[in-house]
Design a protein. Structure first.
Length: 308
């Protein structure tokens, strides 16, 4: 009897342990990833966040999205919150990590890996997936220079707080050093959120103060939403002598290029490809393996009316 009781007890204990193990690997033990951005209203940022959410769901992970609507101070505070919640990983989307240095270090100290999607990379992060911003800037800028015959007056619309846009703008600055016949009318920062509307208003003001034909030859915009706003203002003013370029390849920009608007070219980024790179690295880290690199690039391509 005693022997039979001991065998039965051992069997029950084994079943209980198996059940507990199954529970920890199931829904209650699912990984939680926290997706943080100040720019969810941006078309491309939203595209990346939705892609990350879908891939997380496909893998049985829980995704928590935090959007601070342009407020970097609040983003730092919310990142502190998700670190305290013991999330399994953090993804910064379209965010300058230099503004979050202490939070990134705190996450590392707590063994919470931090990834970037179209953000920069700094020490303490695992990696960042983006496009090669210098190469994209070179591609679109040289196309613009060729379009205007290496001569004219250039308006630059940018947003230097975004690490990708900053890298593109710095590259443009370097390229302009070898273009003595292209002069800069002005460089203006487009505010985010609301970049299309803000760029349109800024361009309207610039057109009013530069009414003479040839006073503005082209607008170089650091990303498509700024380019869209500028092109809308130029078209509404009936100015046929100004061309605009952007970077991103969002659907509205591509449609405008096809229709023959002042927006003549963009560089299409592979935003889904960026998020796929991030998720792949996340899986490696969750499995105890190192990431494949700290800065990984998804390919980009030039879009014009001829190939759009």
């Amino acid at each position: 009897m005693k022997k039979g009781f001991l065998i039965m007890t051992a069997l029950l204990l084994a079943v209980a342990l198996t059940a507990c193990g199954g529970k920890s690997g199931g829904k209650d033990g699912a990984k939680t990833i926290s997706i943080l951005t100040p720019y969810l209203s941006s078309v491309t940022t939203n595209e990346m966040v939705e892609s990350l959410k879908k891939q997380a769901a496909d893998k049985g992970w829980k995704a928590n999205v935090v959007d601070t609507k342009g407020d970097m101070g609040q983003l730092a505070s919310r990142m502190e919150d998700v670190i305290s919640s013991k999330t399994n990983a953090i993804v910064l989307v379209s965010t300058d990590p230099n503004q979050l240095k202490s939070q990134i270090q705190r996450a590392k100290d707590k063994s919470i890996p931090v990834f970037g999607a179209d953000s920069g990379y700094i020490e303490g992060m695992v990696m960042n997936a983006t496009s090669d911003n210098k190469e994209m800037s070179k591609l679109i800028s040289e196309h613009l220079f060729q379009t205007i015959g290496d001569a004219g007056k250039l308006v630059i619309l940018t947003h230097r707080p975004h690490p990708g846009v900053l890298a593109r703008t710095v590259q443009l600055d370097d390229l302009l050093k070898d273009k003595p016949n292209i002069s800069k009318v002005t460089e203006q920062q487009v505010e985010v959120p609301g970049p299309i509307e803000n760029a349109r208003k800024q361009m309207e003001s610039l057109l009013l103060s530069n009414k003479a034909e040839g006073s503005i030859t082209a607008v170089w915009a650091g990303w498509d939403e700024a380019a869209i706003g500028a092109a809308q203002a130029i078209e509404a003013a009936g100015r046929k002598d100004i061309v605009v370029t952007g970077i991103d390849g969002n659907s509205q920009a591509v449609d405008m290029i096809k229709k023959g608007s002042p927006l003549v070219a963009t560089v299409k980024q592979n935003f889904t490809g960026m998020t796929e790179l991030v998720v792949k690295q996340m899986e490696l880290v969750f499995a105890g393996q190192p990431a494949e690199g700290t800065e990984l690039y998804a390919p980009a391509s030039l879009i014009t009316k001829d190939n759009g």
